[in-house]
Ligand binder design. Structure first.
Ligand code: 4AD
Ligand code: MG
Length: 491
């Protein structure tokens, strides 16, 4: 349907050609001499009207027998004609109609009326057929495309970092643990399993922690498959650093997991993150990359998703398109944490959480800064106190702050967290001890500082928060196909 109706003239240049449309019925209207069905195939927001004529449409009996309902899958073939009605520019004059998959109107949960987003979350397998979720997922896909075109065109290599991890990158202790369900054969140590275990064992070099081994020389599977506790990764950053310190510029785009028990509209237990890591870059360059990347994506969505943006504008956020347009060309604000605390302390607003130097910014503070203090412009807050940030951030000369930068955006708050990385092995070791981390566990990470250490920096952008920002959707659960959050993993 996108191909048929595409182009500035809404499909008029395709009039006279024959097309086949396959999709799902949105609405059916029967009149005395004609029937009309609106078919959607998900490629566009608005579907395509198919006109059925009892005299000329083969398969018209389906309408007479009342077999075509909302939700049914159909295929229609016919000629594209200019539509006499004002609603759409073109429509299909059907030569034939085929019912591919019927749909029982008595039990189909999606009706023509507007459903609440909360109701739709309960039918996550069917909600992509609604206008809103369809539009969200097309914008999501466009943002993914823009992500890849931006980084690939700037000489970044896409890096696939592991999902299963032994280390807690953020040191926040909010990890989902991996457990194994092993067959008896594996438990008993089949030849294959033992061979695999031996490969792992003999490959292990360096001063890393040794794996527990059983009497037969293989990994003790009854203890743990990997020989140590493992978790779903909270971030691919540490692995990305290793590759940036070899390939120069890399980026990851993968699922990450956090067991934080925050039932908010901005947190998920499983979310996607884009993590660029750049060798030879300092914090300023890092921030410039983040700003250029976000702007590139805004421009791409403005260029390719205007129909979907109109829906968000109409139902969810007035002025959205203008705002995105403005942001795609306005310089973002850069202030230090100390300046941010100052701005907040001087504001008239009564915050729930007090603002004092040394305390982490709460989401009410973040949103005030970008929405009120800087009038809707995204804000980079830099140089946070070391005690509220992760161990790997480069310690500034003041000994109190780190070279970190969070990007705050209206409606969402923190969209990006990034930093220059600590590249001095002694300073890193000291910071890790301060943070209660075991340096030996991170031996490979320390190696990167021992062998050809270079300044490097990177950031992580929460993809779902980005989709929220661009669509104006209030709840993060509505911008990921199948959301996972505390108590919810149904689909
Ligand atoms: O600020 P965070 O924790 O930073 C990191 O993970 C770094 N390792 C990134 C890096 O420097 N490579 O997370 C980065 C971003 C946040 O700014 C936020 O947008 C998103 O990830 N995020 C979440 N999104 C949804 N649900 C959650 N529970 C999230 N936690 C973080
Ligand atoms: Mg953060």
């Amino acid at each position: 349907i996108k191909d048929i109706k595409g182009g500035a003239d809404g499909g008029l240049s395709n009039v006279g050609q024959t097309f086949t449309v396959s999709g799902w019925v949105r609405t059916v209207r029967s009149q005395k001499s004609f029937a009309f069905i609106e078919v959607s195939d998900g490629s566009t927001l608005a579907g395509l009207q198919v006109v059925l004529d009892p005299k000329t449409t083969e398969g018209y009996s389906l309408v007479e027998e009342s077999q075509i309902h909302t939700g049914a899958a159909v295929r229609a073939m016919g000629e594209l004609v200019a539509s006499p009605g004002g609603k759409q520019k073109v429509e299909i004059q059907a030569i034939s109609l085929t019912l591919l998959g019927p749909c029982d109107p008595g039990t189909y949960p999606l009706q023509k009326k507007r459903h609440t987003l909360e109701f739709l979350r309960g039918i996550a397998h069917l909600r992509p057929r609604t206008n809103t979720i369809g539009a969200v997922m097309r914008v999501r896909s466009a943002l993914a495309m823009a992500t890849h075109t931006f980084f690939q065109s700037q000489g970044f290599q896409l890096l696939h970092t592991p999902v299963v991890s032994a280390s807690d990158c953020e040191g926040a202790g909010e990890m989902l643990q991996v457990t194994t369900m092993m067959s008896t054969a594996m438990r008993g140590g089949s030849a294959d399993a033992k061979a695999a275990a031996n490969v792992v064992k003999t490959d292990q070099t360096g001063p890393g922690p040794s794996l527990p081994v059983d009497e037969s020389g293989g990994i003790d599977h009854s203890e743990d498959f990997f020989g140590r506790p493992t978790f779903l990764t909270v971030s691919g950053q540490l692995n990305a650093e290793a590759y940036a310190c070899a390939l120069g510029r890399v980026y990851t785009f993968g699922p990450t997991f956090r067991a934080e028990n925050s039932n908010t509209s901005r947190h998920l237990a499983e979310f996607w993150m884009i993590e660029p890591e750049i060798a030879f870059a300092d914090l300023d360059e890092d921030i410039s990359w983040a700003e250029a990347y976000v702007k590139h994506c805004l421009q791409h969505v403005l260029e390719t998703c205007s129909e979907d943006l109109e829906l968000f504008e109409k139902f969810y956020q007035k002025g959205l398109t203008n705002r995105l347009q403005r942001l795609s060309s306005t310089p973002f604000v850069r202030i230090t944490y100390t300046e941010a605390v100052d701005v907040l302390a001087k504001s008239e607003k009564a915050f729930e959480f007090p603002v004092t130097w040394g305390a982490d910014l709460q989401s009410e503070h973040e949103r005030y800064l970008t929405e009120v203090a800087y009038e809707g412009i995204p804000v980079f807050v830099t140089n946070y106190p070391k005690d509220i940030k992760a161990f790997y951030m480069k310690l500034n000369e003041d000994g109190q702050t780190v070279a970190a930068a969070d990007m705050l955006v209206p409606g969402v708050g923190e969209l990006i967290g990034g930093s220059q990385r600590e590249d001095r092995v002694e300073v890193l070791e000291r910071r890790m001890k301060e943070c209660g981390l075991n340096c030996e566990e991170y031996w490979w990470y320390m190696d990167l500082r021992r062998y050809g250490s270079v300044p490097h920096a990177g950031f992580g952008l929460g993809f779902e928060r980005f989709v929220q920002f661009v669509t104006g959707m209030e709840n993060i659960r509505d911008v990921i196909p199948f959301p996972r959050y505390p108590g919810h993993c149904d689909f």
